[in-house]
Design a protein around this ligand. Structure first.
Ligand SMILES: Cc1cc2nc3c(=O)[nH]c(=O)nc-3n(C[C@H](O)[C@H](O)[C@H](O)COP(=O)(O)OP(=O)(O)OC[C@H]3O[C@@H](n4cnc5c(N)ncnc54)[C@H](O)[C@@H]3O)c2cc1C
Length: 459
C-alpha cells in the first residue's frame, strides 16, 4: 500500500504506554500530527499491570494493617479477613476510571489512535493490519515484559506480577524470587494480607540499587514484620506438585510454598518488531538511545522501558514529552537520569533521588553525609514509624543524594527532587520552613543539621 496523505504524520508512535501516550499528548498540544499505535490497552503496563494496580493493593494492605494495629492507638479494631473479590473490585475500579479518563483525553486531542500490533517496516514507517503509517519521525515505545529465569516456566502457582495482580485468594505461603522493587512491594502486600512470606535474593541485600543504609533499615523493618528473606542465596529450581511449589536453593535448603512469585526484572519488548532490520542498534534487546532519546537512525527515537536505565513510568512520561518538544523545535533540556525520583511503595516506604553514598564517593571524591533519625520527628512518633532521611552532599557543595525510609516517605520525594535538581546547598533548604508536625519536616531537619544548625537532632 502506498503512503496516502491521511497516513502521513509528523510523528508515528509505536506503543501507547507511559512513554508513548505522553509523547502523543504533548505532540498534539504542540500542533503536530500524531498516530499512536497500541496493540493492547491504552496506558500500557503502568496503568493496567504495574504502578496503579499494585499501589491499590498496597493501599488495601495498609488498611488491613491499620485494622490490626488499632489497639496500639487506643482504638478497638479487629482484623477479620481480606476479601480478594472486594480488593479486586476496588483496584479494578481505580484502574477503570483512570483508563476511561485517559481514553477521553486522547480522543479529545488530534491524535490518530490506531488499534493493532505494529511493526517498523522502514526507517519512517510502521505497518498495522495492512495500514502503512508514514512518519517524519518515529518513536519506539513498546515497553517491557516480566522476565523469568531459564528453565522456570510461568504456569499454575508459579507466576509473575502479571498473574499475581489478579489473584482471587490469599495464598498461605509465598516465596518471592527477587528482592528488588517489585519483589519487596508484593512481599509487603502478601504479608499484610496474611501470607507467610519468604524473599529469595541472589544479591547480598534487598533493594540493592538503593543506598546500603536503606537496605539495612528495610531488612530491620521486614524482620520486625516477620517477612522472611534470604539474601546472597541463589535459586536453583522449582517444581509443582498439585497446588504446592517446591523451591530449591543452591544452598540446598528447600522451601515449600503455595505460590512462587517470580520478580527477577523486566526485559524490553523489541524482538520481531523490525527494529534491527531498520538499522536501529539494539543491545541485549534494549534500544540504545542518546540522552535526547535519539537512536542511531535519524528520525527514530526511543522512550521508556526499552531504553536502558530506570524502568519507571514518570521517566517514560518525561522522555515522551522531551521527544515531542524536541521534534517541535523547542530545544528542551535533556533529562538527567540521576534527577529522576525513585519510590518503592512497600511498608515502610522508600524514596530516593540522586547518588547513593557509595556512588557519590566514586563520582565526587570528598563527600559528607547526614542521617536524620525519624525517632526525633513528631509526626513519625504519632504514626509509630521508624526510619531516617539520609543526605549526601559534595564536601562544601550541593546535596547530591537524598535517601528516605519510613511511613509516607514516597510523598516527600517531590521536595527531594527539587533539592537535587536545583543543586541546593543544605543552607538553602535550611532557611525554608517545613510544617510541624509532618513527615516532610524530617527533610527540613536533616538539612538544618547538615547546615550546622540542628534542631530536634542529637548530632
Ligand atoms: C508490577 C509493576 C509495578 C510498577 N510500579 C511502578 C510504580 O509504582 N511507579 C513507576 O514509575 N513505575 C512502575 N512500574 C514500571 C512502569 O509500569 C513502566 O516503567 C512503564 O509502564 C513503562 O512505560 P513504557 O511506555 O515504556 O512501556 P509500557 O507501559 O509497557 O507500554 C508499552 C505499550 O506498547 C504496546 N506495544 C508493545 N508492542 C507493540 C506493538 N508491536 N504494536 C503496538 N503496541 C505495542 C504494549 O501493549 C504497551 O501498552 C511498575 C511496573 C510493574 C510491572
Amino acid at each position: 500500500m502506498s503512503a496516502t496523505a491521511e497516513n502521513t504524520f509528523d510523528i508515528v508512535i509505536l506503543g501507547g504506554g507511559s512513554g508513548g501516550y505522553a509523547c502523543a499528548l504533548r505532540a498534539s498540544e504542540l500542533g503536530l500530527s500524531v498516530a499512536l499505535v497500541e496493540k493492547g490497552k491504552l496506558g500500557g503496563t503502568c496503568l493496567h499491570m504495574g504502578c496503579i494496580p499494585t499501589k491499590a493493593l498496597l493501599h488495601a494492605a495498609e488498611v488491613a494493617d491499620t485494622a490490626r494495629e488499632g489497639s496500639q492507638f487506643g482504638v478497638k479494631t479487629t482484623f477479620e479477613s481480606v476479601d480478594m473479590s472486594g480488593v479486586n473490585a476496588y483496584k479494578d475500579g481505580v484502574v477503570g476510571r483512570l483508563y476511561k479518563g485517559l481514553q477521553g483525553l486522547v480522543k479529545s486531542k488530534n491524535i490518530d489512535y490506531v488499534e493493532g500490533e505494529g511493526h517498523l517496516v522502514a526507517t519512517n514507517a510502521v505497518e498495522v493490519a495492512g495500514r502503512r503509517l508514514v512518519g517524519k519521525n518515529v518513536v519506539l515505545a513498546t515497553g517491557s515484559y516480566a522476565k523469568t529465569l531459564p528453565g522456570l516456566d510461568i504456569s499454575g502457582k508459579i507466576m509473575t506480577s502479571d498473574q499475581a495482580l489478579f489473584l482471587d485468594y490469599v495464598p498461605a505461603r509465598v516465596v518471592v524470587l527477587g528482592g528488588g522493587v517489585i519483589g519487596v512491594e508484593f512481599a509487603s502486600v502478601f504479608k499484610s494480607f496474611g501470607s507467610e512470606v519468604t524473599i529469595v535474593e541472589a544479591l547480598p541485600r534487598l533493594v540493592a540499587a538503593e543506598d546500603e543504609a536503606i537496605s539495612k533499615q528495610l531488612e530491620r523493618s521486614f524482620r520486625k514484620r516477620k517477612i522472611n528473606f534470604k539474601t546472597g542465596v541463589k535459586f536453583s529450581g522449582a517444581t509443582q506438585t498439585g497446588d504446592v511449589v517446591q523451591v530449591s536453593l543452591e544452598s540446598g535448603e528447600p522451601i515449600e510454598a503455595d505460590l512462587l512469585l517470580v520478580a527477577v526484572g523486566r526485559g524490553p519488548v523489541t524482538a520481531g518488531l523490525g527494529y534491527e532490520e531498520a538499522g536501529v542498534t539494539v543491545d541485549r534487546g534494549f534500544v540504545l538511545a542518546t540522552a535526547s532519546c535519539q537512536t542511531n537512525v535519524e528520525g527514530i527515537y526511543a522512550v521508556g522501558d526499552i531504553v536502558p536505565g530506570l524502568q519507571l513510568a514518570h521517566r517514560g512520561f518525561a522522555q515522551g514529552i522531551f521527544v515531542a518538544e524536541h521534534i517541535a523545535g523547542l530545544n528542551p533540556p535533556v533529562i538527567d537520569e540521576m534527577g529522576i525520583p525513585r519510590v518503592t511503595y512497600c511498608e515502610p516506604e522508600i524514596a530516593s533521588i540522586g547518588y547513593t553514598e557509595a556512588q557519590a564517593k566514586e563520582k565526587f571524591g570528598e563527600i559528607e553525609t547526614y542521617d536524620y533519625n525519624l525517632g526525633g520527628n513528631g509526626k513519625s512518633q504519632i504514626l509509630a514509624t521508624q526510619g531516617f532521611v539520609k543526605l549526601v552532599r559534595q564536601k562544601d557543595g550541593p546535596v547530591v543524594g537524598v535517601h528516605m525510609i519510613g511511613a509516607r516517605m514516597g510523598e516527600q520525594v517531590g521536595e527531594a527532587q527539587l533539592i537535587y535538581n536545583w543543586e541546593a546547598l543544605p543552607s538553602d533548604v535550611a532557611q525554608l520552613i517545613h510544617a510541624h508536625p509532618t513527615q516532610n519536616e524530617a527533610l527540613g531537619e536533616a538539612h538544618l543539621a547538615l547546615a550546622g544548625k540542628p534542631l530536634h537532632a542529637h548530632a
